[in-house]
Write a protein that binds this ligand. Structure first.
Ligand code: IVH
Length: 675
């Protein structure tokens, strides 16, 4: 390769790798397999060695990636968080073993560990108490996420037994078990919230949440795998002994860790887990091999980026080739159009795969997908497999590219795509059949109106029969019994049961009805927040975008969507009809709850997790005594009621403004004192 060609290739690889790094670390949404990433990085490294004149100090080969965001305090690591060298073949691993032998001789052991596919964390303990937890960031400094990490049940806030150093740092991997991921992600999909692609992204997204109460609701776990302290070498001879001690102090250490005496034992461990990895409840992407003895680790030392005494062996994600047959465009209840590839059935990781996700129009362009292409399909922690790429060598001559449709495949309306969004929507929400049916199915679902005796298929049949056109028609079914009895498979008993279920749904509280309306981005939690704040649908319907946004944790995207919903006349007439049918479109205010005027004129903000009362109870207490709740901290605020795990930025703001910070006990005192 000539220097000129090398310069062009180096520039190209640098640009690609930087983009991959950004997608991996910042968006937590990798667009390339680890294998492909490492191949490109290796190619760049080799070129930079051959042509050092083109080595850029900011080259991806000189960095370890970064995930620092703006919202958390940035903290320097006491011991930098290095990454590990990767190997992909037996030969590369034997080369590593050879290098180790050359440096320290033949008398040593390896500790083999699973390589957990999560996000790494460094936790500091002082005198047995958890003091600080920091993400890896760029390896030198990371985000301080202590409050969120404290909510993880398998990470002790206070250590057990004794014998631990006064001050130490422990490293580990935070992750989510696959069954929990699937359950929570399904809930998100049901609530039309953004779904995560895999458990690692879910865990990464969770640890970066500002609301630690929400973190606490999501079941994260953490395996710890490394100890740092100034006096570590006095306490333990080797890594293995430190792991045994860590376990005794109350940390979660993976039980599959193994002490090996030769590289062949290491290779047997690798093969065993390559076969059995799917039987684990969490994702692993390889094996980590560490020289056990601390003295020998020191002898081996470090390169600029990683230790010479450890390496990882990465499994290739299970990938198969198959023929792509067609694309189905599914239209969801919110009008989002999702392309799904139909494939020639193929066996992958123990199941037959017929369909794979294509995400959106950009993805189809990125893949450069053509009719009849042979594609690579991969399965990670995802629910449905992904099309990773096209085998261009097998492209059929003259094959036409796949063009994303410009109109809705169900109702032919021109599709729209908002600026900055990847997803296309069909805007014909009142006339597009899958949207109408999907909305009604959502309305009756368990978490919404929970109508007994009515299922998804009932809605489908009734829609086809012309009995239902929108959610309000559900409440007119009782007047159409003569038609109902004539339908196949509908006996009088099931009709009675269904009508009773419909009547009963009228008792559902406002927040459920609001969720049931199916406003885009208004999931269960958001509906609860909006209902508690606005108290009735009319107040919400007439609220400005800014007013909606001022509600705790409601962002611009949600506020905009609520506004758009109420901008449509048809929704107002539907709501009027629902009111007439007797549905709860306002909170039921119990007059007896007015307890006193002791807090009259006082304003409060509630934040954090409380021991004795729930947030709703505290709200009722404050309002019952005449106090008012505000959505954000400002100079106008009288009190901040602070629980555990509240965001550090809020606390700092209140302190800066000199606002009294009170506990739930103080609040009770306040109510009683003024009596
Ligand atoms: S040891 C210097 N052990 O893999 C020691 N890392 O590429 C470095 N990882 O950033 C870490 N499982 O996030 C170690 N059993 C394990 C691991 C592990 C997963 C991750 C970790 C690290 C990356 C290294």
């Amino acid at each position: 390769m000539s220097p000129a060609e090398a310069a062009i290739r180096i520039e190209e690889l640098t640009r690609e790798l930087n983009e991959y790094n950004y997608q991996y670390y910042v968006l937590a949404n990798p667009s390339v397999s680890d294998y492909d990433f490492d191949q490109k990085l290796k190619e760049l490294e080799a070129l930079e060695q051959q042509f050092p004149q083109f080595l850029d100090p900011d080259s991806p080969t000189q960095q370890v990636g970064g995930d620092i965001t703006q919202r958390f305090k940035t903290v320097r690591h006491r011991w930098s968080m290095l990454s590990l060298g990767n190997t992909y073949s037996e030969q590369e691993l034997r080369d590593f073993d050879e290098r180790v032998r050359k440096a320290i001789g033949n008398d040593f052991e390896y500790v083999c560990e699973l390589k957990f596919d999560g996000l790494s964390i460094s936790i500091t303990y002082e005198n047995g108490i958890l003091k600080q937890a920091v993400t890896r960031g760029d390896g030198t400094q990371g985000d301080e996420v202590t409050t969120n990490v404290r909510t993880i049940r398998s990470i002790p806030n206070r250590l057990k037994n004794n014998g631990y150093p006064d001050l130490f740092e422990i490293r580990g991997e935070i992750f989510m078990h696959r069954p929990a991921f699937q359950r929570l992600n399904n809930e998100r999909i049901e609530n039309s919230e953004m779904a995560y692609a895999n458990p690692r992204n879910f865990a990464a997204g969770t640890i970066k949440l500002q609301d630690s109460a929400e973190v606490a609701r999501r079941p994260l776990d953490c395996f710890l795998y490394f100890l740092y302290s100034d006096n570590r070498n006095k306490l333990f001879k080797n890594h293995w002994d430190s792991l045994q001690a860590i376990k005794k102090w109350g940390f979660h250490v993976c039980e599959h860790t193994l002490l090996c005496r030769s590289i062949d034992e290491v290779l047997a461990f690798i093969t065993k887990w390559e076969e059995q990895r799917l039987s684990l409840s969490y994702d692993i992407d390889g094996i980590v091999i560490k020289v056990n003895d601390y003295g020998q680790q020191e002898e081996l030392g470090f390169t600029a980026k990683s230790p010479r005494w450890a390496i990882s062996y990465k499994y290739k994600a299970e990938q198969v080739e198959t023929v792509f047959q067609s694309v189905s465009y599914q239209v969801g209840r919110t009008g989002a159009v999702t392309p799904v590839a139909n494939l020639k059935p193929v066996l992958l990781a123990g199941t037959t795969v017929k369909r794979a996700s294509l995400h959106n129009a950009n993805e189809i362009i990125r893949l450069d997908l053509h009719e009849g292409d042979t594609v690579y399909v991969e399965k990670g922690g995802e629910i449905i497999p992904k099309v990773m790429g096209v085998n261009f060598l097998k492209r059929v001559a003259g094959a036409q590219p796949i063009i994303y449709p410009s109109t809705c495949p169900q109702c032919s309306t021109l599709l729209v795509r908002k600026e900055g969004e990847a997803v296309h929507y069909c805007p014909n929400d009142e006339g597009c059949p899958p949207q109408i049916v999907g909305r009604m199915q959502h309305f009756i679902s368990r978490k919404a109106m929970d109508i007994e005796g009515m299922g998804h298929e009932t809605i489908d049949t009734f829609f086809k029969q012309g009995l239902l056109r929108n959610i309000t028609d559900i409440y007119t079914l009782k007047d159409k019994q003569d038609v109902l009895v004539r339908l196949e498979r509908f006996g009088q008993k099931s009709i009675d049961n269904m009508l009773a279920g419909i009547e009963k749904s009228k008792e559902k509280p406002f927040e459920k009805v609001l969720f049931a309306l199916g406003i885009r981005y208004v999931g269960e939690t958001i509906a609860k927040k909006l209902a508690a704040h606005f108290k009735n649908i009319d107040a919400l319907a007439s609220a400005s975008k800014e007013e909606i946004e001022s509600v705790h944790e409601i962002g611009e995207r949600i506020a905009e969507s609520v506004n758009e919903y109420f901008a449509e006349e048809v929704h107002h007439s539907q709501i009027e009809l629902l009111k007439r049918h007797g549905l709860q479109l306002a909170l039921i205010v119990d007059e007896t709850e007015h307890l006193s005027d002791n807090l009259l004129g006082k304003t409060f903000v509630i934040s954090g997790v409380f021991e004795q009362f729930s947030r709703e109870e505290l709200t009722a207490l404050i309002e019952g005594h005449g106090g008012k709740l505000l959505s954000s901290i400002s100079g106008k605020l009288d009190y901040l009621v602070a629980g555990d795990k509240m965001g550090p930025s809020k606390l700092a703001k209140a302190e800066k403004l000199g606002i009294p910070i009170i506990s739930e006990q103080d609040l009770l005192q306040l109510v009683a004192n003024t009596d």
